[in-house]
Ligand binder design. Sequence first.
Ligand SMILES: Cc1cc2nc3c(=O)[nH]c(=O)nc-3n(C[C@H](O)[C@H](O)[C@H](O)COP(=O)(O)O)c2cc1C
Length: 186
Amino acid sequence: MRKNLGVKQLLYPQAVALIGSYDENNVPDIMVAAWISMADFDKVFISISKEHKSTQNILKTKAFTISMAIKKFVVNEDYLGIVSANDKVDKVKHSSFTTTKSEFVNAPLINELPLTIECELITYDTQNEFMYGKIINVTADEEILEENGRINLAKFKPIIYDPSNHKYYEFGEVVGSAFSDGKKLF
Ligand SMILES: Cc1cc2nc3c(=O)[nH]c(=O)nc-3n(C[C@H](O)[C@H](O)[C@H](O)COP(=O)(O)O)c2cc1C
C-alpha cells in the first residue's frame, strides 16, 4: 500500500555542498546548500535564499565555490549551515576551516576539503531564488584521484543529506555501473 506524503523535498540522494564566497571586506563566508545540482555540462543550479549573506556576497563578487562535505568535518560543516555571517561575521574562522583564494574566481577554496568546483555567477532570480553558475574550473586534491585523473570514491566519500530525517549519511558501496547495467535488459 502506498501513502501520499504531499509536497515534500524528498529527492534522494541530496548533496551536502559548501558554498564559499567573499564579503565586501574580503572575509570568507561559507554556507551549506543541499538544493543544488548540475544544470548543464558546465553549469550548476542552487536554490539559495536571498536572505543569506552568501547570496548578497555572490551578487557583489559574481563568483562562488562549491566544496563537497565529508564525514571527518561533519560538525564544522553543519555549523556553517546553521549560523549566518549576517549574525557572526567570523563564522568561517569559528568553524576551524581555513581558506585560500581560488586561482580562477574571486571566491575562497576550503583547504581541508579535497574537491571544489569554482564558478562565476550567471544569473540570480530574486523572485524564485534560483541561482545559476558557470563552472570555470574544478580543483581536487591528488589524494582522491586515480592515476588517470578520475575521482576515486574509495578515497573520497562525500556525505549525503536525508531531508526526511535531517540526518547526514556516509557514501556507500558500488552497486552498479552507469550507462551499462541497463543493457542487460536490451
Ligand atoms: C543540511 C542543510 C542544507 C541547507 N540547504 C540550503 C539550500 O539548499 N539553500 C539555502 O538557501 N539554504 C540552505 N541551508 C541554510 C544555510 O546554509 C544557512 O541559512 C546558512 O546559515 C546561511 O549562511 P550565510 O547567511 O552566512 O550565507 C541549508 C542548511 C543545512 C544545515
